[in-house]
Each structure stands twice: as structure tokens, then as C-alpha cells.
Design a binder for this molecule. Structure first.
Ligand code: 13P
Length: 252
């Protein structure tokens, strides 16, 4: 059976000390819990990775980055490669977040390149997809998500799919307080699983974890996660507060 996952995306929040302290708090909280129903991942800024990797050793929290370079190594000032991320002890990387697509013009071809580098470095990829408000209003949300997956993800091939987690994040629901209704999430997740089935067959589709992201909070998480094909969440704002994040993990 596929895994349930709750992943926190800290985005560009918390300085070095704050991030380390928060990771310690989360690690201790989950370490003392009996077996969890969901895997917990925190995706932190690069500066926190190596130290948090030490803190969480032997515990229940896993670690990821939020981006990686689209080149393997060399003269790319300011970039951080997948290989470097892996060397910190992190296991995951988010690729294709809408904030990267929008503010840094990352397109599906580039994202596919990043996925290849991440997988080759031994990282698992949390691949984000989702439509903007106008695309949903025009009824194009399925077409957009299909294109993102067909161009960014599917060229990786069937063997890579075991190292992929998909996150459906409708852009209009990110940080806006607007959440997709549980029905909207259910419908899109079913559609995404259907695309994977068409491309790679039943087994890979059934095993794929598909997360929902966009204004997920303790008050709506349980209902969204209860829908078929919704296997957990990718959490932004609410992953920065212990009470909220732990409540969302417990909502699975
Ligand atoms: P919010 O939960 O803050 O809406 O952000 C969602 C998100 O972008 C997670 O990657």
C-alpha cells in the first residue's frame, strides 16, 4: 500500500538558530509518539539541512530541501546541487513548486532536468503541480496539470516513479486561506492517479503518494485527507507552528 505523508515546506522562513530549535522541538515531539500513521518530512532552507540531519537521526522525522540546481556542478554562482543536498543527509527535494515556477520562471523542461539530477543523486522528489486561478476559472485545470506531469515527470520513466511523490497544489489556494474543497481535491487527485495508470499501469499508480497542498490547516486537514486518492499534505504556513503541524500530522 502507498504511504501517507505529511511534509512541511518552511519556504524562506526562520534564521539558523530558529530553524534548528524548531527542528529539535518537532523531532522530540514525534520521537516520543507511538507509531505514526503518516511519514513526516520537513523541507527546510539549505542552511539548516546538515545540522537537522544530525538532530533527526534515529527519529521519525525525515528531511528535504526545497529546490536544487538544474546543473550537476561547476560555475553556477549561488546554486546548490542535488549532490550537495544529498551529502547533508537530506533525503528529499521539492521540485516544481509554484513559487519556483512563477518567480524564477522554471518551466517543465527545466524541472525535468532537476528531477533527473535529484534522482541520480539518490534523493526522492516531491514534484509539485497545480493550476493558477484563471486556469481553473476557464476550466483548464486538468489540461494544465496533465501538461505539467507529461513534460516534467513522465519522461523520467517507470523505474523512477518509486522515488516520486506528487503534490497537487492549486496555486490559488497557496497562502491565500482559500482551500480547494475536499471534492475539488478528490477530483484532481483521482484524475492524476488516472494519468499515471494510463502511462505506467495499475501498480505504479496505486503505489504513488499524492499530496494536497494549499492552505491546509488543522481545521480542514482531516476532511481533505479522508478523500480517496488524497494521501496526505504538503503544508506551508501551518508547518511553521508546532501545534498546527503536529495536529495536521495527527489528522491523517
Ligand atoms: P500554504 O499551506 O501556506 O498555503 O502553502 C502551501 C504550499 O505552498 C506548500 O508547498
Amino acid at each position: 500500500m502507498r504511504k501517507k505523508i505529511v511534509a512541511g515546506n518552511w519556504k524562506m522562513n526562520m534564521n539558523y538558530e530558529e530553524g534548528i530549535a524548531f527542528a529539535r522541538t518537532l523531532d522530540q515531539y514525534f520521537r516520543n509518539k507511538p507509531a505514526l500513521k503518516a511519514d513526516v518530512i520537513i523541507c527546510t532552507p539549505f542552511i539548516h539541512l546538515a545540522e537537522i540531519a544530525e538532530i533527526i537521526k534515529g527519529g521519525k522525522v525525515a528531511l528535504g530541501a526545497q529546490n536544487c540546481a538544474s546543473e550537476a556542478s561547476g560555475a553556477f554562482t549561488g546554486e546548490v546541487s542535488a549532490y550537495m543536498i544529498k551529502s547533508t543527509g537530506a533525503e528529499y527535494v521539492i521540485i516544481g513548486h509554484s513559487e519556483r515556477r512563477t518567480y524564477y520562471n522554471e518551466d517543465d523542461r527545466l524541472l525535468n532536468k532537476k528531477c533527473v539530477l535529484a534522482l541520480n543523486s539518490g534523493l526522492r522528489v516531491i514534484f509539485c503541480c497545480g493550476e493558477v486561478k484563471e486556469q481553473r476559472e476557464e476550466g483548464n485545470h486538468f489540461v494544465i496539470v496533465k501538461r505539467q506531469l507529461e513534460e516534467g515527470l513522465f519522461p523520467l520513466g517507470a523505474e523512477s516513479m518509486k522515488d516520486i511523490i506528487i503534490a497537487y497544489e492549486p496555486v490559488w489556494a497557496i497562502g491565500t486561506g482559500l482551500t480547494a474543497t475536499p471534492e475539488q481535491a478528490k477530483e484532481m487527485h483521482k484524475y492524476i492517479r488516472g494519468l499515471i495508470k494510463e502511462k505506467f499501469g495499475n501498480k505504479i499508480a496505486d503505489d504513488m503518494t499524492i499530496l494536497y497542498g494549499g492552505s491546509c490547516k488543522p481545521s480542514n486537514a482531516a476532511e481533505i485527507f479522508s478523500k480517496p486518492d488524497v494521501d496526505g499534505g504538503l503544508i506551508g504556513g501551518a508547518s511553521l507552528k508546532k501545534e498546527d503541524f503536529t495536529a495536521i500530522v495527527e489528522a491523517v
